[in-house]
Design a protein around this ligand. Sequence first.
Ligand code: LCS
Length: 398
Amino acid sequence: MTKGNTKKLKISTLCVHGAGGYDPATGSVGKPIYQTSTFAFESAKAGAEIFTGERKGYVYTRISNPTQEALEKEMAFLEGGEAALAFSSGMAAISSVVLALCKSGDNFVSSDTLYGGSHQLFSETLPRWNIEAREVDATHLKNIEDAIDKNTRLIYIETPANPTMSIVDIEACAKIGKKHGIPVVVDNTFATPYFQRPLELGASIVVHSATKYIGGHGDTVAGVAIADEEFIGNLRMGILRDIGGVISPLNAWLLVRGLKTLAIRMEKHQENALQIAKYLQFHPKVERVMYPGLTAHPQHQLAKSQMSGFGGMISFEVKGGRKAGEKMMDSVELITLAVSLGDVDSLIEHPASMTHSTYSPEDLEAVGITENLVRLSVGIEDPVDIINDLSQALNKIK
Ligand code: LCS
């Protein structure tokens, strides 16, 4: 949007228009891909002034680029934040945010049910720099309070959590953060700003694996952080510039293009997921279904209070243990056996041996990622076809 007040626009309109109107340089209606590493300076003086910050301008694509900026502007609008910064992956966004907030000797408190890569970063990699992550069951808020001390620099939560779909109370965490003067960082990958806007609930920073629903088509790895202008400015000039986890202009463009259909994709993912969750709930070969949209989900009411929809991710336990789950995953025909999620195509995987194999057996058990747990990223195909595929695959279990 280039004219008028974007605050008045509904989220589905912002998805289409939030990255800005036509290109002022050429009138191009499609967002141009500024596929360049560097930018020419008008003069030596102008170049020096851009470096000191006295003059606005582009220098080098590791620091900023108009196509990256289009994505950042749109993500900031959608999340209701002042500013955003795009990264080469979700992990680059998460690690950069934590590194911006912590130094050696600091700690942070995190929910214990996380994407396996985030858990690996927190439990194995960051301790090498003497940064401690205290992973607690954040569905009980007292655990968060109890873990905070004078060296705690942030609270990190993932909700809904990958893969168990457990929900953490964002507003309550924000109150705890405020009390202790520390920011709450929310991984909003599963819900997207279409269904959940953590900043409006009091969180300070939102991170995304934009690889998932933001892009939506399974063709781009990327990440984004959204926060206030001061934090994002420091993140850009303090961490992104130095560590260099920058998104390519082409990938930023693919995400801007993907975002145009975010609203209708999320509606369809959710509509399909609810039907499939209800189908699986009463299937004789299924022990338990984890989908926050089901009234049987233990945190359904909390999910309803902080989300405007429940998304497209379902986990379920197959009767008969790991072997039964493997048989089912080997038998799907339409659904693809693959990690990642949020694509228009349905994807199925086994968290304990794949995305969450970074957890020790004890930690898997503690967070409820069982051997017979299967995760389904529900695509936007016809739900009858997805259900028929699940049905034939479940029937192959002896
Ligand atoms: N946060 C969440 C909730 C995720 O699910 C992932 C990746 C990340 C962050 C990291 O983002 P990336 O660097 O991959 O863009 N989740 C994956 C998954 O469940 N399967 O494959 C990747």
